[in-house]
Design a protein around this ligand. Structure first.
Ligand code: NAG
Ligand code: NAG
Ligand code: NAG
Length: 208
């Protein structure tokens, strides 16, 4: 690790260092940045290339991420935050990301989501698997008009209210496996009319 750090410091003598966070890998032709198992406690916003379109930060100790962290990279299309320690999302996390299509927050420590965090978002693919979510704020997903894939398995959800899924008119795949939902109540049974494209529902609920 020391040698890797030394190498990164040496590379800092070249201009390339200016546009790639230390200990991360940057692929400039794809405008992709990968930070894997890096000893980060906070988001490396300052050193990200401005045209980053795919950003992966995984297996780090980052515990929070906000709108300000993402200000520098308005061209993001995919944000993969697999297996960090994220407990909090900024209330307007996606506000400056008009091109974002995919957001992966798998295996973090989220217990709840800010009510307007997805407001006006262009997401088509959202993965919140493996967190500690107990409930979905009413109409949260109403702010995701383009969403076609929603993964919520391995959380602590007890129910998913009708309102929260109401407006997901483009939803095709919904995974609710391994939560604490005991019955597939009227919520999900009446969801189909609001989500005519839904063809793949996984629930693993008590009565199914
Ligand atoms: C991103 O910016 C870097 C440095 O300015 C450039 O070399 C690279 O071609 C750009 N990549 C894309 C996909 O625009
Ligand atoms: C995260 O923090 C723990 C505890 O301080 C430490 O053992 C671990 O090495 C850290 N992980 C990374 C990727 O820095
Ligand atoms: C985005 O949100 C604002 C309010 O915050 C609203 O006025 C605007 O119509 C929204 N735009 C879209 C495309 O939904």
């Amino acid at each position: 690790a020391d040698r890797f750090l030394l190498l990164s410091l040496l590379l800092c003598l070249l201009p390339v260092c200016l546009s790639c966070p230390a200990l991360c890998r940057c692929f400039s032709r794809r405008a992709e940045v990968v930070c894997d198992s890096t000893p980060f406690d906070s988001f490396p916003s300052d050193s990200l290339p401005q045209n980053t379109s795919i950003l992966t930060i995984q297996f780090t100790n980052i515990s929070t991420i906000t709108e300000t962290h993402l200000n520098r990279t308005p061209n993001l299309q995919e944000l993969h935050l697999f297996s960090n320690q994220i407990q909090n999302l900024g209330p307007h996390l996606l506000r400056g990301l008009p091109k974002l299509r995919s957001l992966d927050l798998t295996d973090n420590k989220l217990t709840n989501l800010p009510a307007n965090v997805f407001k006006n978002s262009t997401l088509t693919w959202l993965d919140l698997s493996g967190n500690r979510l107990t409930k979905i704020p009413g109409s949260l997903f109403g702010k995701l008009p383009n969403l076609d894939n929603l993964d919520l398995p391995n959380n602590r959800l007890e129910k998913v209210t009708e309102r929260s899924l109401d407006a997901l008119t483009k939803l095709e795949r919904l995974n609710l496996n391994n939560n604490k939902i005991n019955t597939l109540d009227s919520t999900l049974q009446t969801m189909a009319p609001g989500s005519p494209s839904l063809s793949n529902l996984k629930c693993g609920c008590g009565s199914v």
